[in-house]
Design a protein around this ligand. Structure first.
Ligand code: CA
Length: 517
C-alpha cells in the first residue's frame, strides 16, 4: 500500500513536472519570412561560388546579406523551377501544383485566385499572412490579411516611384522601389511584435528583372572594371536543335536601347533623372562617339547589361540586409524562418543570352537558401533535386499545418532537418515551358533532369536534346544521336513518359509537323 502511494504521488509529481515543462517549452509555431526576387540567377550570388563557364565572375559579386543567410542556414545547389517564366513560377509556388493544374501556363494568363493556395491554408491554421512587393498574377492576391503589390506594366512594377495596390486602393509613392518595398516589410514586422499569432510574410522584390535599374548608390559600382566574359559567350548554337538558333534573346542582336540605358528608365522624377544622367550620360556620350561595331559593340552591351544587373542585385541585397538586421534587433530572428528564392534563374551572357525560359541550367536553376533557427545546420549545402513545386508543402509543414493530398511536390523539411539522413529522394525533376510565340521566341518544350543527365523534347517541332552535364556542364553539345548514349536516352524517354503520367500532364502531346510550322 505504501509502495502504491509512493507510486501515485510519484506519478502525480511526474504529471505536474511534465505539465510545467510543457508550459515552459510549449512549441511556438515559427514565423516565416519568404524573401523572393525576380530572375535572380544563382551565379549572381557569391555564396553559390564560381561557375564553370565564368569562374572569375564570383569575385565581382556583392551579396553579403544573401551570403549571410547561406552561412547561417542551408543552400540548395540543385533547386529548379518547373516552368521558367515569372507568373507561372509564382503560381506553382502558391499552389504546389504544376502549371497544367494551376492553369497558369504563361504570363498572359490571369491566375485563378479562387483555387487552393498555401497562404489560404496558413491563414486558416491561424497564421497572419501578408504579401508585399511584386505579385504579378494579374488577379488580386487572396489568402492574405494584408497585401500591397506593384501594379504598373501588367504587374511588373517600375524601378522608381512605383504604384502599390492594396485592398483599400492604389497609391503612387516616391523613391526607389526596392527601398519602398523594404520599408513596408519592416512596417509589417514592427506590427507583429507582441502578437499571439505567428506570421507568414512574402517580401517580394521586382529586382533584378529587366530592365535592371540600380539605386543611385550603386550607379558607379564596377565603373572602372571589365567584367569577365563567359567561355560560351560566342555560342554559335551548333550541335543542338533548331530551337536554339531561332530564339530572340541574344545580347548582341536583341537588346534594346532601354535595356542598355541609352533611353533612360521610365517614371523617374527630375531629381532622380539628374542623378542618373550624371552617372550614365558621359558613358553614353562616349559610346555614341565611338561608333562601335562587331565584337566591340557586343561586348559593350554585355558590360552595360551585366553591370546594371549586378548593381541592381547589390542594391537589393542591401535592402534585404535591413530586414535581416531588423529581425535581429527586434528579437524576431530567434523564431523566424528565413527563406530566399527567386522565380527562376537567368542568363548572364551564358550562350550569349539574357532572359530565361529554357530548360538549360542557368534559367532552370533557382536560388534557394533557408535559415531555420535551431533546425538547419549552419553553412550546409544540399544537392538533392528540389523544385519550386515543393515550396507550398514545405512551408505548410514548417507551420505544422495539414498538407492537402492534391499538391504535387514534396516537403523539404526532412532535408532541412538532416540532409545526410535522407537516403531516398526523387530521381529526376520534370519541366514544361509553354509560352510560344512570345517574347524571345523560345519553343515549347518539356523534359526531365536527373543529377547528371537531361532529356528535352521540343515537341511542336519533334526535336530532342540530351546532355551529359558531367562532361558538358555548359550544354554545348546534345548527345541525342550518339550511339554511346542510346540506351540511356531510351530509358530516360521512358522516365519522361512516366513523369508526364505521374504529374497528369497531357497538354500538347501531339507534335506538329516540321513542315507546317
Ligand atoms: Ca521572373
Amino acid at each position: 500500500m505504501k509502495y502504491f502511494l509512493y507510486l501515485l504521488v510519484g506519478n502525480f509529481l511526474l504529471v505536474l513536472i511534465s505539465c510545467e515543462s510543457r508550459q515552459a517549452t510549449e512549441p511556438v509555431r515559427p514565423n516565416i519570412l519568404f524573401i523572393f526576387s525576380d530572375d535572380h540567377a544563382t551565379h549572381a550570388i557569391k555564396a553559390y561560388g564560381p561557375k564553370a563557364n565564368n569562374p572569375e565572375l564570383v569575385d565581382f559579386l556583392q551579396t553579403p546579406n544573401l551570403d549571410r543567410i547561406a552561412n547561417e542556414g542551408v543552400l540548395f545547389t540543385n533547386a529548379f523551377c518547373t516552368n521558367s517564366i515569372c507568373g507561372p513560377s509564382r503560381a506553382v509556388i502558391l499552389t504546389g501544383k504544376h502549371s497544367h493544374f494551376n492553369g497558369m501556363l504563361n504570363n498572359d494568363t490571369t491566375f485563378n485566385a479562387a483555387q487552393q493556395t498555401f497562404p489560404k491554408l496558413l491563414q486558416r491554421s491561424g497564421y497572419q499572412t501578408a504579401w508585399i512587393g511584386k505579385w504579378h498574377l494579374l488577379s488580386d492576391p487572396t489568402g492574405f490579411d494584408h497585401w500591397s503589390v506593384l501594379t504598373r506594366g501588367n504587374g511588373q512594377g517600375s524601378y522608381y516611384n512605383p504604384i502599390f495596390t492594396e485592398a483599400a486602393g492604389q497609391q503612387e509613392e516616391t523613391g526607389y522601389t526596392a527601398t519602398l518595398i523594404t520599408d513596408k516589410a519592416i512596417d509589417f514586422l514592427e506590427k507583429q511584435t507582441g502578437k499571439d499569432k505567428p506570421f507568414f510574410l512574402a517580401y517580394s522584390h521586382k529586382t533584378p528583372h529587366r530592365e535592371w535599374v540600380p539605386a543611385p548608390e550603386e550607379y558607379d559600382l564596377y565603373k572602372d572594371v571589365d567584367l569577365p566574359l563567359p567561355s560560351n559567350f560566342y555560342d554559335e548554337y551548333e550541335n543542338r536543335t533548331s530551337a536554339t538558333r531561332e530564339q530572340e534573346m541574344e545580347i548582341a542582336a536583341d537588346m534594346n536601347e532601354r535595356d542598355l540605358k541609352l533611353i533612360y528608365p521610365d517614371y523617374m522624377n527630375e531629381e532622380q533623372l539628374a542623378k542618373f544622367e550624371a552617372a550614365y550620360g558621359p558613358e553614353n556620350e562616349a559610346f555614341r562617339e565611338a561608333n562601335l561595331s562587331g565584337k566591340e559593340l557586343t561586348e559593350w552591351k554585355y558590360q552595360r547589361y551585366l553591370k546594371d544587373y549586378l548593381r541592381s542585385v547589390a542594391s537589393m541585397d542591401k535592402e534585404i540586409g535591413r530586414v535581416l538586421d531588423y529581425l535581429e534587433e527586434s528579437g524576431l530572428a530567434e523564431n523566424t524562418i528565413v527563406i530566399y528564392s527567386s522565380d527562376q534563374g537567368f542568363y548572364l551572357g551564358d550562350h550569349g543570352w539574357y532572359d530565361k525560359r529554357w530548360m538549360y541550367e542557368e534559367s532552370l536553376r533557382m536560388p534557394l537558401l533557408v535559415k531555420w533557427p535551431g533546425v538547419t545546420p549552419a553553412g550546409e549545402r544540399v544537392a538533392h533535386l528540389v523544385q519550386n513545386l515543393d515550396f507550398a508543402q514545405t512551408i505548410l509543414e514548417m507551420a505544422e499545418s495539414p498538407i492537402p493530398g492534391d499538391m504535387q511536390g514534396r516537403s523539404l523539411v526532412p532535408l532541412l532537418q538532416n540532409p545526410e539522413g535522407v537516403k531516398s529522394w526523387r530521381e529526376y525533376i520534370y519541366y514544361h515551358y509553354y509560352a510560344y510565340p512570345d517574347w524571345h521566341m523560345v519553343r515549347q518544350h518539356y523534359g526531365i533532369r536527373t543529377d547528371r543527365y537531361k532529356l528535352i523534347h521540343y515537341y511542336t517541332i519533334d526535336e530532342w536534346e540530351f546532355f551529359d552535364l558531367k562532361n558538358d556542364p555548359n550544354e554545348m553539345k546534345s548527345q541525342y544521336g550518339d550511339p554511346e548514349y542510346q540506351e540511356l536516352v531510351n530509358s530516360m524517354k521512358e522516365q519522361l513518359q512516366e513523369a508526364r503520367i505521374h504529374y497528369g500532364d497531357t497538354v500538347n502531346l501531339q507534335p506538329t509537323s516540321k513542315y507546317h510550322r
